[in-house]
Design a protein around this ligand. Structure first.
Ligand SMILES: Cc1cc2nc3c(=O)[nH]c(=O)nc-3n(C[C@H](O)[C@H](O)[C@H](O)COP(=O)(O)OP(=O)(O)OC[C@H]3O[C@@H](n4cnc5c(N)ncnc54)[C@H](O)[C@@H]3O)c2cc1C
Length: 422
């Protein structure tokens, strides 16, 4: 089944009410109450769009995002595999601006939670009544010894969309015949649990077309990973003999790299490689630390409203949040944004709150027309966002079902990007 945009919007959330426009909130800075959103990705752009649209002018919404074009990480692996163009992953903020969101292309460098202001790199200071943080992830320094962001052109992470993804694909295409592609996979928790393994599949697909004697070395610190049985079955079927995974039992958790020498050291044994995709350990985007809202690398929130457990005037969405059972995905961020938008409108106008419900599905492409998925429905409890029901593709499924699963993901991409960016 291919989802259309309207089906997607209603399937993605339990928040399905038109909310009242009149407001009762006394804005602390005068005029309509101000919501400032930091980060224009899956979570931030959605919350800005929904608050603006449903408050119908009763709330003043500003979105801060440095980039003029957002390149989705979702489907970026398909670009590496040759199934999408980069242009098809690009989204502008013109739709949000046209709908009335004040889009500011700048970087938020500080948050003063006492004065309730955000400082931008340009020096501008923006007051807020409610702040939303959806800055995505940053990398934990030193998590892969030998690697830091100054080396990302020699050993790309390609875990933020855009130029890094293009660079990684170009490096794979330039590999010598019979060369070695290595990936250092991240430890839990990290953005998009099946993402590294879908990427391995797409690199393998590309190599089978142009460089079939090349090898793939997957160095993984985790015992197990998302959709493991499905990926292993698919790799055996489509790319037999090409992919070697070194898990923690064989030293996959004890890894360092030398970007200048293009070597990977696995538990004392040195491997010369041609391309090395280092996906480091991750943490909440650094602006969350600047705001003083982080514990153990992530920003704890109450899943009923996505409000910070440390500040009732700040909501935190998407990958940066510690919310419970939801994976760090674009689908999750979009779903959480709708719950946060409802909570913001309820706090700033006289609109109603409904119990928070969330959903997520992560599709992965293993080979042409061989798509698999995993997903769940969630509800918020006092403690966390808790999974209530789940599903996953099965090994041994027939080709028609796998093709239909892939086609469903194409509908999802169109639906979610329209929902995020208008
Ligand atoms: C290879 C790969 C494949 C993926 N595939 C899927 C998939 O199939 N399905 C799926 O649902 N998800 C997928 N994801 C995950 C998905 O991309 C993320 O989970 C999602 O983008 C998270 O949304 P977010 O709003 O938290 O962060 P982001 O979408 O990363 O947005 C954060 C934004 O904040 C901005 N920002 C950061 N700091 C600041 C600051 N200080 N000031 C202003 N702006 C700031 C950034 O520029 C960025 O635009 C994939 C990820 C990867 C890497």
């Amino acid at each position: 089944m291919t989802m259309n945009r309207r089906q997607f919007i209603w399937a993605g959330t339990g928040v399905a009410a038109t909310l009242a426009a009149p407001h009762v909130y006394a804005a602390s800075h005068g005029g309509a109450p101000k919501v400032v959103v930091i980060g224009g990705g899956a979570g931030g752009a959605t919350v800005a769009r929904y608050v603006n649209k449903d408050a119908a002018g009763a709330i003043d919404v500003t979105l801060i995002e440095p980039s003029r074009t957002y390149y989705t990480c979702f489907f970026s692996n398909l670009y590496i595999g040759g199934f999408r163009t980069m242009e098809s992953l690009a989204h502008s903020y013109g739709g949000l601006a046209t709908e009335g969101v004040n889009v500011v292309h700048d970087h938020a460098v500080d948050v003063d939670r006492t004065a309730k202001t955000v400082t931008l790199a340009s020096g501008a200071v923006l007051p807020y009544d409610k702040l939303v943080l959806s800055p995505g992830i940053d990398f934990i320094e030193g998590s892969v010894p030998g690697w830091d962001v100054t080396q990302q052109n020699r050993m790309p992470h390609a875990y933020k969309g855009g130029s890094q993804t293009e660079l990684l694909k170009a490096q794979v295409e330039a590999m010598p015949e019979g060369g070695v592609f290595a990936m250092i996979a991240p430890p839990n928790p990290y953005r998009c649990p099946p993402g590294p393994y879908e990427r391995i599949s797409m690199v393998a697909h590309l190599l089978t077309q142009s460089n079939p004697t090349a090898k793939i070395l997957l160095v993984d610190p985790k015992d197990k990973y998302s959709k493991q049985g499905l990926f292993e079955e698919g790799w055996q079927k489509h790319y037999s003999g090409m992919i070697d995974r070194i898990g923690p039992d064989f030293g996959g958790a004890n890894v360092s790299v030398d970007p200048m020498a293009m070597t990977v050291n696995i538990d004392g044994s040195e491997e010369q490689v041609d391309v090395c995709n280092v996906i480091p350990a991750q943490k909440a985007g650094v602006i969350c630390e600047r705001a003083g809202l982080v514990q153990d690398n992530w920003a704890p929130v109450d899943g009923r409203t996505m409000v910070s457990r440390m500040d009732p005037d700040v909501h935190i969405l998407g990958d940066a949040s510690a919310q419970g059972d939801m994976p760090k995905s674009g689908f999750s961020a979009n779903s959480q944004a709708k719950v946060a938008a409802m909570a913001l409108r309820a706090a700033l106008t006289d609109s109603r709150m409904f119990p928070a419900k969330f959903s997520n599905t992560c599709w992965s492409l293993i080979a042409p027309d061989d798509g698999v998925k995993v997903g769940a429905a969630y509800e918020a409890t006092e403690e966390k966002i808790a999974s209530t029901d789940s599903f996953v593709s099965q090994t041994g499924e027939d080709a028609a079902l796998r093709k239909a699963t892939y086609e469903e993901s194409l509908g999802w991409y169109e639906g979610i990007t329209s929902d995020i960016f208008g």
